[in-house]
Design a binder for this molecule. Structure first.
Ligand code: SF4
Length: 412
């Protein structure tokens, strides 16, 4: 029998959210009311979580260890630079995906000065495939800002407060807290998606956590172990990543099972309660892989702003309603590059989902006919040999276009 079913079935309110029996789980209805319950149970929650983490946590994360591979002692500082890089990479991206990128980054840019002095092109190339490229640009700008502000900073090169880190581009409160706790073992709470999920289940919060950020921050801060903040935050993240997972939380292995209101309600998967899903817009993009008589390929560099700012891509744009895709490509290339092309056969069609939209790229091989390419809607345009494409940073979807082009060239 499923362990969750051993609990009495919870009643449900009109919105379908379970109402808990009054004797079960933590009561966190407001910070003032929650305070009483936390005082009574906080110590047990900390102890149980840390005991679980000592045995089952992820202890091999490289930026959480000293250069000789040892774990730091409580209060012992770590080099903030590897932590800073890792925490920015971890925004929107899972640990397993980040690890190889972080290792490659630390080989090429091992210290803050190397990052600050690096060309943006090389930084974007190192980031290629991680997505959300604004993070890479801001990381580089942050390195420059840290070095420039060193003289005025009392703590030297590295800020030791959440406020100090918040002054850097692309650093929000949770990233700042995670860096301060990880690098210096100072008490700073975190509230990323994993942590919000665990806490919303712990208290069976009846609404989306995003709508009550203050309460969740208060909860994360109140639970934080002031003696071992680095270990506690890591334990909380590890619990969310390995036990209290989004779809099938392993409550039977959870150190907080006895305190968890969502578990007591018998349906932890219902938490966190989600906002009503919005329809994600869908667009078709016509893309031209334009080649000249010598076989060179035309690429352009996006403007610096936005999600993919500064990356290179094959030119193209949105299909208008009722417009044939070949006409879309011809029109876009005329409008954005001032060139005329002959649209040839389809090279590849692929779909790519962002959090806010879904795109279908219909890619055609094109022959350049006339007009000197001009960057009318980009930073610059360039004719390159197909073998040179690998030395330019492209968004993930374009990497598949390059692979299809190389296959087509290899096949003659
Ligand atoms: S008991 Fe289950 S739902 Fe509650 S915190 Fe643990 S894993 Fe998450």
């Amino acid at each position: 029998m499923d362990e969750l079913n051993l609990r009495p079935a919870a009643r449900q309110d009109r919105s379908g959210v379970p109402c808990l029996p009054s004797s079960v789980g933590l009561r966190f209805n407001s910070p003032s009311e929650d305070g009483h319950s936390l005082q009574a149970e906080g110590a047990a929650l900390r102890r149980q979580l840390l005991e679980w983490w000592e045995r089952h946590g992820r202890h091999d994360i490289p930026w959480k260890r000293l250069p000789d591979g040892r774990p730091p002692a409580p209060g012992e500082a770590l080099d903030p630079y590897p932590v800073y890089v890792a925490e920015v990479m971890l925004q929107q991206t899972q640990l397993a995906v980040v690890l190889p990128y972080w290792r490659r980054w630390m080989e090429r840019l091992p210290v803050l000065e190397a990052l600050a002095g690096a060309d943006e092109h090389d930084v974007l190339l190192l980031w290629q495939g991680l997505g959300y490229y604004a993070r890479a640009r801001r990381l580089r700008l942050g390195a420059i800002q840290l070095l420039e502000g060193r003289a005025e900073r009392q703590s030297g090169l590295w800020p030791r407060t959440v406020e100090g880190w918040l002054a850097l581009p692309g650093i929000g409160r949770s990233t700042a807290g995670s860096i301060v706790a990880s690098a210096f073992d100072l008490p700073a709470p975190i509230l990323d998606g994993n942590v919000a999920r665990v806490l919303s289940r712990l208290i069976a919060h009846p609404g989306p956590p995003k709508r009550q950020q203050a309460r969740f921050w208060w909860l994360s801060e109140s639970l934080l172990d002031p003696q071992r903040p680095r270990a506690f935050n890591q334990a909380l993240m590890d619990l969310g990543a390995t036990i209290c997972t989004p779809r099938r939380p392993a409550c039977g292995s959870c150190p907080w099972q006895d305190h968890c209101a969502a578990y007591a309600a018998g349906d932890p998967g219902r938490f966190p309660v989600k906002d009503t899903a919005r329809a994600v817009p869908f667009q078709v993009i016509g893309v031209g892989v334009v080649r000249d008589e010598g076989g060179r390929v035309l690429i352009d560099q996006r403007l610096p702003e936005g999600l993919l700012g500064g990356l290179w891509e094959f030119p193209g744009g949105k299909q208008e309603p009722g417009e044939p895709i070949a006409a879309t490509i011809r029109r876009e290339l005329r409008e954005e590059l001032a060139i005329e092309v002959e649209v040839g056969e389809e090279l590849i069609t692929l779909e790519h989902a962002y959090s806010h939209k879904r795109l279908r790229f219909v890619v055609h091989l094109c022959r350049w006919r006339s007009g000197e390419p001009q960057p009318l809607a980009s930073q610059q345009v360039r004719w390159v040999e197909p073998t040179e494409l690998a030395s330019y940073p492209f968004p993930a979807a374009n990497a598949r276009i390059i692979a299809a082009l190389q296959d087509r060239i290899a096949a003659g």
